[in-house]
Write a protein that binds this ligand. Structure first.
Ligand SMILES: NC(=O)c1ccc[n+]([C@@H]2O[C@H](COP(=O)([O-])OP(=O)(O)OC[C@H]3O[C@@H](n4cnc5c(N)ncnc54)[C@H](OP(=O)(O)O)[C@@H]3O)[C@@H](O)[C@H]2O)c1
Length: 185
């Protein structure tokens, strides 16, 4: 799909977690500057993709087209509670088919988690925006990608053909930054 650009977004703790041991993203991993970065990116995206337990919960969320990944459907289905959302089971329909169903044939597609959904697109990201909060640790938490903690998030992105660009400081006091990992070649 040459006219689509696939981008990933996550904020992780120093130990590579996106949520705590209760599968909840705790307040200590939430930073206003990162939220603003994320919100502006989603406002520019043509389509958002996330698992059934994720979602950005922002004022503009109802207006955004989204795909919700779930095994509760066999392939593709409308979401009865949100006309802008399509339910997708990757075992029953291709990503191209669900984009087509959502009416999206060009623009940026934002993949926003959780871990297994990030994993589905590991060989397809054009850019993965990795936000890091190095002062936060979430022992026993939920690793951001399949394969963390045996490997770091950075090792996994590199193993899938992505290279780190220049980090951008989002919150100097808390040392929070975002690094674009772009596909090599
Ligand atoms: N720090 C961050 O930036 C960040 C980013 C994203 C999420 N989070 C946090 O992470 C937590 C959610 O994580 P989660 O593990 O519950 O992940 P999730 O991906 O939001 O939800 C998991 C559900 O998605 C569906 N799913 C996932 N992979 C699938 C596949 N390959 N095929 C079909 N369905 C699939 C399944 O839904 P069914 O049960 O309906 O089949 C599964 O139960 C939340 O606390 C969220 O706030 C944090």
């Amino acid at each position: 799909m040459p006219d689509l650009c696939i981008e990933g977004y996550v904020i992780v703790s120093a130990d590579g977690m996106l949520a705590n041991a209760a599968h909840v993203m705790p307040d200590e991993l939430k930073f206003e500057a990162d939220k603003q970065f994320f919100t502006s990116a989603l406002d520019r995206a043509a389509l958002i993709v996330h698992g059934r337990h994720s979602g950005e919960g922002q004022p503009n969320s109802p207006q955004r087209k989204r795909i919700i990944v779930t095994r509760t459907v066999t392939a593709l289905a409308p979401n009865p509670s949100n006309p802008n959302a399509t339910l997708w089971n990757p075992a029953g329909a291709s990503f191209e088919a669900v984009c087509d169903r959502a009416g999206v044939r060009a623009g940026t597609i934002a993949i926003i988690g959780g871990p297994d959904v990030f994993g589905l697109f590991m060989d397809r990201y054009d850019t993965f925006w990795l936000s890091q909060a190095p002062r936060v640790r979430l022992p026993g938490g939920e690793p951001c990608f399949p394969g963390v903690s045996a490997q770091s998030p950075q090792q996994i992105l590199a193993a899938h053909g992505l290279s780190a660009g220049e980090p951008q400081i989002l919150d100097g006091a808390n040392e929070v930054s975002v690094t674009p990992w772009r596909r090599r070649g």
